[in-house]
Design a protein around this ligand. Structure first.
Ligand SMILES: Nc1ncnc2c1ncn2[C@@H]1O[C@H](COP(=O)(O)OP(=O)(O)OP(=O)(O)O)[C@@H](O)[C@H]1O
Ligand SMILES: O=P(O)(O)OC[C@H]1O[C@H](OP(=O)(O)OP(=O)(O)O)[C@H](O)[C@@H]1O
Length: 218
């Protein structure tokens, strides 16, 4: 028996949209996946050669980049932040839409061209530094893992870079969206080496996702 294909899926908000997509591709998790009291992290599926692991969104990219999982589903925000050379993101899954944006206090103008330095609270320091560097501004990033929106009010940073969907969290914290850095959606990600070494299984799975997304869009 060959080793199973390990498919990493995020346990956060992409999961609800990812499950119907997996079903269209013919992958159905075993019943214990839906058992909320279970502490299991690896799950069998209806496909004997495919197992699922359910991990935090950022960790999906890490498992796949290191070849511990062969495929995964993760937001393009995470793919961009890590910029792993071993990751191949061949299919935009058309789910998990939001945007990564710069935001600041609603009553102040966005950072201008004259500025050379800015302090930003974010879960995305690499993306943030890259984006500001492209406009000649040095971004000093303070890494937070959530609740970025309270940082400007408490003087931790003048701005934040975070995901925005409805915009409600910004408004309720007296912040305004100032620039969209990227439009985000979930991607199928694949370990490059696995794509070559497991050529009997991985490329065919990628093709099935491509078709499932195409069928849904048609
Ligand atoms: N409104 C949104 N806010 C945050 N993420 C969103 C939103 N809409 C879609 N996403 C996508 O969902 C992914 C996971 O977000 P989620 O909020 O579930 O995880 P998290 O709680 O930020 O992370 P962790 O797994 O570390 O707890 C993001 O990387 C992004 O691609
Ligand atoms: O524009 P909105 O629709 O208000 O959504 C944006 C919010 O959603 C995310 O947080 P999440 O709910 O994932 O919680 P977190 O702070 O724990 O990441 C994100 O970090 C924003 O805070």
């Amino acid at each position: 028996m060959p080793e199973p294909i390990i498919f990493a899926i995020p346990k956060g908000r992409i999961l609800d949209e990812a499950l119907p997509l997996l079903a269209r591709v013919g992958i159905e998790p075993a019943a214990d996946f839906f058992n909320k009291s279970s502490r299991a992290l690896v799950f069998a599926t209806n496909q004997p050669h495919i197992s699922l692991i359910r991990v935090r969104a950022f960790d999906v990219a890490t498992f796949v980049a290191h070849g511990a999982a062969q495929l995964g589903i993760v937001g393009s925000d995470v793919v961009d932040e890590f910029d792993y050379s071993e990751l191949y993101a061949p299919v935009d899954l058309g789910i998990g839409h939001c945007r990564l944006s710069l935001a600041g206090p609603a009553d102040t103008p966005p950072p201008g061209l004259g500025e050379s330095h800015i302090r930003v609270a974010t879960k995305y320091p690499a993306t943030t530094r890259r984006w500001f560097a492209a406009q000649g501004i040095q971004a000093e990033c303070i890494k937070l893992n959530g609740a970025m929106e309270i940082a400007p009010k408490l003087g931790l940073a003048s701005h934040i870079v975070d995901l925005v969907s409805t915009g409600r969290t910004l408004v309720e914290n007296a912040l305004a969206e100032q620039k969209i850095i990227s439009d985000v959606s979930a991607r199928l990600i694949v370990n490059r080496a696995a794509f070559k070494l497991r050529s009997a299984e991985v490329p065919a799975l990628v093709e099935r996702f491509r078709q499932a997304v195409g069928d849904a869009a048609a």
